[in-house]
Design a protein around this ligand. Structure first.
Ligand SMILES: O=c1ccn([C@@H]2O[C@H](COP(=O)(O)O)[C@@H](O)[C@H]2O)c(=O)[nH]1
Length: 235
């Protein structure tokens, strides 16, 4: 008997809306086999866990992008709370340190196969050399991303958030199974906005990104479902 493998959509749509009805109108046009959804700080703060549960109930894999950064005990309890929501992926800040990341990883072990993927943010895709220098980091973004990605791997996490510009370096250094989630994706000709380390969807996938986070180029488009379909077809 032939077994059908579960679809593994590469695009994670960042739902960054101040209005829940607007977000849900977009979600209704989407198919969980074609994309996953990302809920970040804006929508979680406005609409809370109930909003996340409604997306999970509608059949979507949800990346809860709250970037936890706190003492180990607090972060461990926060990722457990995320697991209880049934999300597919959750994240912490790698700069919270090795002990913090290990505590988060260990807190999810009782969930076994049901645990969400646990990843760590390295250097925000909005940041340049100059931004890093202003917060006391003298390394380049690529050096800092690699150093934090190694720490993340040592803590036992599943992967990192980085820019696609660092993807080929990280795949070569950390191996194929260490997942790379890359925001800062901009289809050719679209506005970079506040993002600085950007790549097109096609370049990002070729460089080794596992999942592409795309927000405004899809959500602000007149026909978001068509833009999603066009990007998926181009990959
Ligand atoms: O380094 C990071 C980490 C997270 N993000 C988030 O991704 C989306 C990107 O949205 P766009 O509209 O495509 O710029 C957004 O929710 C960020 O909070 C990131 O951009 N960079």
């Amino acid at each position: 008997m032939q077994t059908l493998s579960k679809p593994d959509p590469k695009i994670l749509i960042a739902l960054d809306f101040a209005d829940q009805a607007h977000a849900l109108a977009l979600v209704e046009q989407l198919d969980p086999r074609q994309c996953r959804l990302k809920v970040g700080k804006e929508m979680f703060t406005l609409f809370g866990p109930e909003f996340v549960r409604s997306l999970v109930k509608a059949g979507f894999d949800v990346f809860l992008d709250l970037k936890f950064h706190d003492i180990p005990n607090t972060v461990a309890n926060a990722v457990v709370a995320a697991a209880e929501l049934g999300v597919w992926m959750v994240n912490v800040h790698a700069s919270g340190g090795l002990r913090m990341m290990k505590a988060a990883h260990e807190a999810l072990l009782p969930y076994g196969e049901q645990a969400p993927l646990l990843i760590a943010v390295t250097v925000l895709t909005s940041m340049t050399d100059e931004d890093l220098a202003q917060v006391g980091v003298s390394s380049s973004p690529a050096e800092q991303v690699l150093s934090l990605a190694r720490l993340t791997r040592d803590a036992g996490l599943d992967g990192v958030v980085c820019s696609a510009q660092e993807a080929s370096l990280l795949k070569a250094e950390l191996g194929a199974n260490f997942k790379l989630i890359t925001p800062g994706i901009r289809p050719a000709g679209s506005d970079a906005g506040d993002q600085r380390r950007i790549m097109t969807p096609q370049q990002a996938l070729a460089a080794g990104s596992d999942y592409l986070v795309i927000g405004r180029p899809i959500t602000l488009a007149p026909n978001p479902a068509q833009v999603l379909a066009d990007i998926n077809n181009s990959l």
